[in-house]
Unconditional design. Structure first.
Length: 307
């Protein structure tokens, strides 16, 4: 089987390794982003070295539906195209360029959470279970028949980084078997139940602005959902952005007389902010360009709210 792989992130690298190791597959080329467009993905990975190691050709494209990209794909004449870790919608001409089909990967339990930013949304929605899904791409949004799916539980303190790692492990576990099934010519397919479909909307860095009027549990969820490998949940003070990387909810029995967003405790290693439900969020890791330390009783987010 002759294959093309399209992507630019960790899941792409896993697929590259699996395809390169599969004896019944010829990975002809890896299509990925030019280095000057790496910012399209916060988790971008340069695949050049591993593509060369696999003996495959690397093709850098801005738009997979462009005439140049389609011409390159046509010249290769793949049996299957694997779109794993690529944010652009696959157009009709692109879909028709694979002789037998286009395979996609989605870090969610399809048909639930089709769409964008599903790892952050999984935590923001407090989902207790997730799944990694491999499927045949059709004209819809993550709606094609499933080739394989692996379920797992989320921990109560799950972060974007730990959830991301779980998905990568599941992809690496199930892809070799799927490659064998496809090469056999009769892969088992499971049609998605449209009655169970839900959709996740795109998220931008500004969507991770912390609203200190919310309960501590929801703010903690935002911190966990939006952290590494994503830009992070953030607040502000005097125009300076403060990105909160790690935190934990704590009771605030002695700080009833404080406003939401106010720093009520501070040490060299942490600071605690009162939240809208009267509980606190103890921040243990943060980053900021601000040189001055946080002043006692500072109110975070006030300038952002005023803007």
């Amino acid at each position: 089987m002759r294959a093309i792989l399209i992507g630019a992130v960790e899941s792409t690298r896993i697929a590259l390794r699996c395809l390169a190791a599969a004896p019944r597959w010829d990975l002809a080329a890896v299509f990925t982003l030019p280095l000057d467009l790496a910012s399209r993905h916060s988790d971008f990975i340069d695949l050049a070295a591993e593509t060369e190691k696999a003996g495959s050709r690397i093709v850098r494209v801005k738009n997979i539906n462009s005439e140049a990209a389609l011409a390159a794909i046509h010249d290769i004449a793949p049996d299957y195209i694997f779109v794993i870790g690529w944010s652009q919608i696959c157009g009709g001409q692109f879909m028709a360029s694979a002789k037998r089909g286009v395979v996609g990967y989605h870090p969610a339990p399809l048909p639930r959470l089709r769409g964008r930013a599903v790892i952050p949304w999984t935590i923001l929605l407090d989902e207790p279970i997730s799944a990694s899904s491999l499927f045949l791409i059709d004209a819809g949004v993550d709606s094609g028949p499933l080739l394989a799916q692996r379920y797992f539980h989320l921990a109560p303190d799950e972060t974007a980084a730990t959830l991301y790692a779980k998905h990568m492990a599941k992809l690496e576990e199930m892809l070799p078997g799927v490659l064998d099934d496809i090469a056999s010519g009769a892969p088992a397919l499971s049609v998605q139940d449209e009655r169970c479909a839900t959709y996740a909307a795109r998220r931008r860095p500004e969507d991770a602005l912390i609203d200190w009027a919310q309960p501590a549990s929801l703010i903690w969820r935002c911190v966990r959902a939006c952290g590494d490998p994503y830009p992070g949940a953030w607040t502000s003070l005097g125009g300076d952005r403060i990105t909160i990387e790690a935190a934990v909810p704590v009771p605030l029995g002695h700080h009833a007389a404080a406003m939401a967003g106010q720093v009520v405790e501070r040490t060299g290693e942490s600071f605690t902010v009162k939240c809208g439900d009267g509980q606190g969020l103890r921040v243990t890791q943060w980053r900021t360009a601000r040189e001055a330390p946080l002043p006692n009783h500072a109110i975070l987010g006030r300038d952002a709210a005023a803007a």
